[in-house]
Write a protein that binds this ligand. Sequence first.
Ligand code: FAD
Length: 284
Amino acid sequence: LLNRTVRDIDNDLNVSFEFFPPNSPAMEDTLWGSIERLAPLNPSFVSVTYGAGSGTRDRTHGVIKRIQKDTGLIAAPHLTCIDAGREELIDIAKDYWESGVRHIVALRGDLPNNSKKPDMYANDLVELLKGVADFDISVAAYPETHPEAPNAQFDLVNLKRKVDAGANRAITQFFFDMDSYLRFRDRCVAVGIDVEIVPGILPVSNFATLKRFADMTNVNVPDWMGKMYEGLDDDPTTRNMVGANIAMEQVKILRSEGVNDFHFYTLNRSELTYAICHTLGVRP
Ligand code: FAD
């Protein structure tokens, strides 16, 4: 019994980790060091982002292939549809399936400034992918509403369309206001969305960067959080501790609200995510 981990007991608990393709040799080392550290936590999948419009899908695929080869983990590429036509997307999906990819995070991608109305939305991409093969598909969800949506109900109906098209789970934008997630989850159930609404957890090491990103993405950063990071601009060690503490509180509350699946925005770092998983009971 002593050898049993908390996870054996909590065997309904699933974590997943998100990474991005590195763009320098130093970042490359950081990424692979992080994957090596986090892989023994046996995530249900790991995902690798793709920069829409950057033309670097090969880099995403390169990281996916190496994760599959080196770790045997289920590796899910993010795929966006604003910067590719239908035929190209079908070819990409076929290539992915042939190279052993079974899980895709299907997204529209952010629109470039002043762009026209897009030809495709994420629900169209889900439908297209399901037409190619029976992929396991994750889509994005926004507890505090996507910035372009005219209102929260419109955005919720959009999520339902993605699920009706075949998405197997939704991963949320990061959030710090627990009520916004919990209310959103209730509203999903009320409209008949029957997949897991997996909370996206962002452990925050750099508050200034977070603020900028949160403003762009319509995420509420509560005042108490700003106060927690006050005076720490030149103190990354303490900032990390504060960030881990906030996220540990977050997952504790979510767990007590019956959440079993957690997706971590690792930003290619392992320390905070590893510690937070440890407190959840997810251990090697
Ligand atoms: P959609 O679900 O298509 O929704 C986009 C907006 O359009 C919403 O406001 C929706 O309400 C609205 N809408 C939907 N259908 C219609 C319609 N028919 N008419 C009018 N409006 C409509 N971006 C990247 O570039 N690369 C990544 O790797 C990446 N990974 C992400 C991972 C997660 C977990 C999340 C939450 C986001 C990620 N993003 C990524 C960001 C994402 O691409 C942007 O938020 C994008 O603006 C919306 O993508 P979506 O898939 O949610 O789009």
